[in-house]
Each structure stands twice: as C-alpha cells, then as structure tokens.
Design a protein around this ligand. Sequence first.
Ligand code: CDP
Ligand code: MG
Length: 729
Amino acid sequence: MVNSRIIKQRESLPIFHFRQEIIDAIKNENLLVIIGETGSGKTTQIPQYILESFEDCRLIGVTQPRRIAAITVANRVSEEHGTRLGSEVGYCIRFDDCTSAKTRLKYMTDGVLLREATLDPKLEHYDVIIIDEAHERTLETDVLFGLLKETHRLRPELKILVMSATLNVEKFSDFFNECPIFSIPGRTYEVAINHHRDAKIISLKSTYVQRAVDTTLYIHTHEPPGDILVFLTGQNEIEKSCRDLDNQARELNYRRDVQYYDEVRNLIVFPIYASLETMEQKAIFEDPPEGTRKVVFATNIAQTSVTIPGIKYVIDSGYVKQKSYDPSTGMDALLVVPISQAAATQRAGRAGRTAPGKAFRLYSRESFEQLEVDTVPEIQRSSLLGTVLSLKKMGIRDILHFEFIDPPDPMLVKNALKQLFLLEAIDEQGMLTPLGDEMCIFPLNPFLSRVLIASARQFGCSREVSTIVAMLSVEEIFITPRDEERLFEADERRKVFYHSSGDYMTLLQVFEGYRDSGYDRDWCRDRYLNHRALSMAKNVRDQLRELMERHGVSIISCRQKDNQDGDHRKKRSKQTYYETKKYDFTKILEAFSTSYFIHLAKRHPHRSVFYHYASANIHTSEMIDSNSSLLALHISPLSALHPENKIVKVDSLDWVIYHSILYTSKALMKVVSKVKLEWIEEKLKLFKKLETVDLGVDDNKKDKQEKEVDDESVDSIGKESNYIDEEEM
Ligand code: CDP
Ligand code: MG
C-alpha cells in the first residue's frame, strides 16, 4: 500500500500539474525531448505516468549516468509505486541485475542499455526508452543517441524520450529530427552571486578545500537560516571538510559568534558522493531539526542528479573531478579540473529552488569569465576502446563517420583502433576478428576480456584468471586507514598476501584467503580488507564463470598436481608471508601479458623508476639516460613489488606490466607484475606493424603527424604534478 504522505509528496512536485499534458505529448510523439529544472520530478514521475496510463506498455527502460542513481531512484520509485524493488520496478547495473519477469519499469545505467543494444539493436523488449540526465553527456549516452537514431529508423513505433536539465536542449532536438521539446515550467528564484576577490584563486587548487570550510563557517555565523551545499570534487576532501567543519563549529561560542543565534544554534554536517552509504542517509534529504543548519559537502552528483531540499546557500569550489584521456598511456585518468561556466551556473541555481538564495564562488569574476563556456562531452575526452569495440560488434565499420551528436576527436578513435589491433580484436583493415567478437561476450574492459579468453584457450588457467579479473573489476580491496598507527598495522597485515611475482597473484591470494575464511566479514576487517569489494568480487567471478560456461569458454585451473598441499610460509626479514606454490603462476602472468604488454615498462638501469615501453619506443638493447623527459613511473606503495615491502629486490626487476596509472604527486603504477621479455617479444612486433596498417581509416600520413603531437603531450603529462587520487565521483 502506498501511504498518503507519499501521494502528497508526488502531488506537490512541479511536474504534477502537467501530468496530463505530458502523457498526451508522449502519446502523440515517438521522439520527444523533455526539459525541466532539476528536482521538478522528471526521473521519478514521468516513467510512472507512463506506467499508470499506458496499460499495454510492456517495458520502459530509463537510463542513468550513475550506478548509484539507478539504484536509489529505483528504490524510491518502487516505494512510491507500492511494490517491492525488483518486481514491477527494478534496476540493472553491471553485475547487478535486480529485475524479474514482472518488471515493467527498469532503471539502468546507460552502459547497460548500450550493451543490450549491441546484442539487439532494435531493443525489441522495450516499448519506451528514456535517456535521462542527457545533459550529463556521458560517453555511453552519446553513443546511445547515435544508436537510437538508427533504432528509430528500424522501429519507428518505439517511443524515445530524452530528458534533460535546462541545458543545451536544442541540440538534442536537432539531432533527433528536430523533434518537439516539452518544457516543464519551473519556478526558480533569484540567486545573488558573490565572487571571491582573489583573481588567481582558480589556479590555487590546494586552498579551495580550506576556503570552502571557512566560507561555510562564515555563512553559518553571519547569514540568516537556510541550508548550505558545498561543491567539492571527491571523497577524501569531502570527508576532511566534514571533520574540519565539525571541529571548528564545536569551538564556536554560539551566543557571541552567531549573528542569528535565535534561529540557528546548531550545525549538522553530511557528506554526499557516489556511494550507497552516503545516498542512504535519509536525513540528508530531510529538513534538519528546529534551530539547526544543515551543511552538505558534495561532489558533482548534487549539481544535477540529486536534489537536496532546503538549500539556500551554495559554495562552489570551481572544480570537478573528471575522466580525462591520458595520451601517455592511452588510458583514462580521473583529474581535478576547472568546471565550465554552464556548470557554475547550474551549481549556483541549486540555491534558488524554493526561495531566493546566495552563491559563493571561491574564485573571482575574472576567473569565471575565463572558464570554458560548456563542459566538453565525455566522448571528446575519453579512451574509446570499449566503445569502438561495441560499435564494431554492431557492424558499424566506419566509426569516424558514425552519427555522433558531437563527434569525438579522430585521434581518439584512431588510438582506440590501434589498441584493438594490438589486442587482436580487429585486423589490419579494421574488421572485427573472431577473437574480437568473442571478447564482446564479457561486460569487461577489452583488455580483461582478452586476458580471460587467452587464459582459457592458450594458457589453461581461466579458473584463476576469472578470479583475478573479478578482483580487478571492483573497488579498491585494501583499506588505507587515516591514522598513523592503524596505517602501519594495515601495511603489516597486507604483507601476508604479497606474492613475489607481483599483484595479480597477490589478488588471487587475497581472494583465496577470503574464500577459505568462509567469506567472513570479520576476517576482512582484521586484515584491513574491504569486505564489500570482496563480496562483490565473488559475485562478479560467479557471473563471469556463468558467461564462460554459456559461451563455451572453458574453465581450467593451472593448479599443479604434485603440489596439492604445497602452500608455503616463507621467512623473510621477520615477515611471515603466505605464498602459494599450488599454481603454475607463470601461466597466469603470460595470460595477462597478452593484453598488458601494451602496459609494459622497463626499469631505469640504476634507479627504481620505470618507463613505459610503448611511448618510449625503447628497444631492449637501448639504455634510457637519466635526463630522459619521459614520464617516470613509480611502483605503488600498495604493490607487492614496492621496494619498501622487501618482497623482491629492485634490481631483480627489469620488465613489469602494470594495470593502471594513478596520478598523485607522482605517476604510480597500480597492480604491477614481473614479466619475462621472452613471453612478449612476439607481441611487441605488433607495435612495429601498427606503423604500416590503416585499420580501415585511410589517412595514414596524417596519422603519423598526429603521433608526433602525442609524444609532446607525453612530456607535459610527465611534468604535471597536481593530479589526484582515484576515487568515486
Ligand atoms: O529528475 P528530476 O531532477 O526532475 O527530479 P526527481 O529526481 O524525479 O526528484 C523529484 C523529487 O523527488 C525531488 O524533490 C527529490 O528530493 C525527491 N526524491 C527523493 O526524495 N528520493 C529519491 N531517491 C529521489 C528523489
Ligand atoms: Mg533527474
């Protein structure tokens, strides 16, 4: 049963007055753009209106850019609808399908719909597709736009709705054959904008966190009642700000310091970033107790996806954490970058939803004017590896001329094609190979799909590799505590799992320990392991194995027969650690090398830094001199191979492969393993071959010029030092 409070809430939303008009518009149009202010009720209400008034509608799919949004919205809507989550209303995100045969309304990530479209371009199961939060312009959303346009040609009766906050809507309509735009009239109030006086503030990244806390305290002590929303960039700085503000507020003498003492006598502080824990704190979305001011430190998630009621003051750091393509590695990195003017305007607007408000920008008006006008869509700043593979799988040969709403830089497309060639997913003419076709079975990064297939077909270790791949598909396994003493303890506990070949095997050992504990939560806690991540890894592993079985990818173990109970404990510099002898681990590393030779790095002859093979284009005999301007790669302190962990001697390391790079003050290689050059010599020839193939893109000459430009950007990346930690946005 739906209670009357929920019915009241639904009816109080701005969108409710336009219910019938919206239903009529959807009845009349098969392509429609709907815009409305954030919080007006698009995401939660429109799919329900369809559900309630189109009785013969079988399935409605609604995409969300964020996994967390898909889950929380589905939760909320199933509650409003009065059904259990997963029955009539459900969600589906990668590796977590919470739908059933009964499901008629399915919230999903744009990535999930994209995968479904790869398998069935007509999307036959659906009667309505809603691309929600279209203004976010994620990579997947942009590709979906192109595909849906084709789906519309094939199945004109499919209803396609694009929902967006009030940004750039003409563009969407123009793209979809100039379809009608339904605009939900919104009430917004005046927001007074205060810029910071310091003209240079936009370049002083280190100070914005402190400044944000100071400004919050200023508002709390000087401004009338009203809640405060602060835009920062990531989990770490959000948690730090919460602590700092709590501490400073505790020292206030309210009677003396707080101007509006009669109305605000207290402060309550919340973090919000893309994790279920922060989203599930109901109190964030409720009014604070009488006499209390609510402060929410948030990532970009609060800019347009999540609405926090009662906000009267917005503090804008001017920064966002954003996925950006790193030409030195061909991978994406999360970087903190200045926001666009459009984003700054959206952020300020969050203060004027229910009454006039104030926005405090922690940067000057001059800096504001220097910001980019619009946010660059993700497709123009990301690695397109997975996207290009999906498009190839769908039979789209000429990717450079695919109908994108904003086409990606041809350089990005070509780099993706090159990597796919190195992975042997496409041939010299750019045609999908049988291997490439098989790689599409798995909802994984193409590097990992390739490894998994090689482990089954060539190296006989797919049982172990499926576990390691699962471990690599979840969030960080090792917990790094903040206080020194526990940090030391965590470092010690972690050592037990280190394997002398490196981190792929270490991850396997962690998982096996977890399995042997009976998947025990306390076992994880005692070892500073992230239980949620490990239990997710178990789940992912099971799903991968199911897919392998279904598609005839055999599950074989490289466990050695004469070593059935060959677990050893070795003594090494007072550290007891556990190193399994059960497996022929070189097989596992060889399997990983089939993809990760692309991430091959060679150690400097006299130091413990490494250089990327492909960008350095070094040949085995050549020495790298210490003045090299190449990006110096360091081994992550969490790695088994880090010199201070004393598992291996640095000079025993010549060649390593790494999984990803994390930019802190240095470029850190994460998940590093020792490899032998003889395993990969053959593969390295592919790099040479790249220079002579056109991959179906017939402008090889131009390509070479671009390559030189690439190499220059390697230098600048190497010198840049203000990168950040990878974490959830
Ligand atoms: O999509 P749009 O931004 O237009 O609005 P919405 O996400 O449908 O949200 C409508 C209202 O429902 C907002 O006022 C939210 O505060 C509320 N809501 C909620 O209470 N809990 C959720 N999980 C989602 C939305
Ligand atoms: Mg929405």
